[in-house]
Write a protein that binds this ligand. Structure first.
Ligand code: SF4
Ligand code: SF4
Length: 174
């Protein structure tokens, strides 16, 4: 639209506005009162504010918190295929495979996630053929050193019973 057309358009819209609104409407008193009424109405509605950190938020199973490894009967489900490590866009996962006498034949001798790199994308969960790495509902992560942010199996392993809500959610929504 040319400058001249723009000018005409603006002039026209101004004319329409002046013509359509009464003096009282142009004071916006009613609109201001409506806004104030909406604000006051909110004051009497239940509060959604949570007094964190005293009160923790219990997220739904669909929440994507930090990734964890699923453990069943004292053994991790992971078969150390390395898919999660390959797909991780942040290069946060380090897996080292070793052989085992168990039926699964391979297990992760070392499994580490660098939590300062993890972006909680959930790709590792999506790609895992064993439902061995899944996103948890844990969202509190604070470290005082680089070493603390590297989570090994001791921090990653969670029992399948504890992770049942997320596992059920994944089964129902895949
Ligand atoms: S959630 Fe994403 S960034 Fe974090 S470990 Fe899994 S694939 Fe990597
Ligand atoms: S967590 Fe899953 S994808 Fe990652 S190495 Fe283990 S079995 Fe493979």
């Amino acid at each position: 639209m040319s400058d001249m057309n723009n000018e005409k358009y603006l002039q026209k819209s101004e004319l329409v506005r002046v013509k359509d609104l009464t003096f009282f409407q142009r004071t916006y008193v009613v609109e201001i009162l409506k806004g104030m009424f909406a604000a006051v109405k909110q004051m009497f509605k239940p509060s959604f504010t949570i007094q964190y950190p005293e009160v923790k938020v219990e997220h739904a199973a669909s929440f994507r918190g930090r990734p964890v490894l699923v453990e069943e009967n004292g053994t991790e489900r992971c078969v150390a295929c390395g898919l999660c490590s390959r797909v991780c866009p942040a290069l946060a996962i380090d897996v080292q495979a070793a052989e085992t006498e168990l039926t699964k034949e391979r297990y992760p001798e070392k499994f580490e996630i660098n939590m300062t790199r993890c972006i909680f994308c959930g790709f590792c969960e999506e790609v895992c053929p064993e439902e061995a790495i899944i996103m948890s509902n844990e969202y509190e992560l604070a470290f005082s050193s680089q070493e603390e942010s590297i989570f090994g199996k001791d921090k990653l392993l969670k029992s399948a019973e504890v992770m049942k809500p997320r596992l059920d959610f994944l089964r129902d929504n895949r």
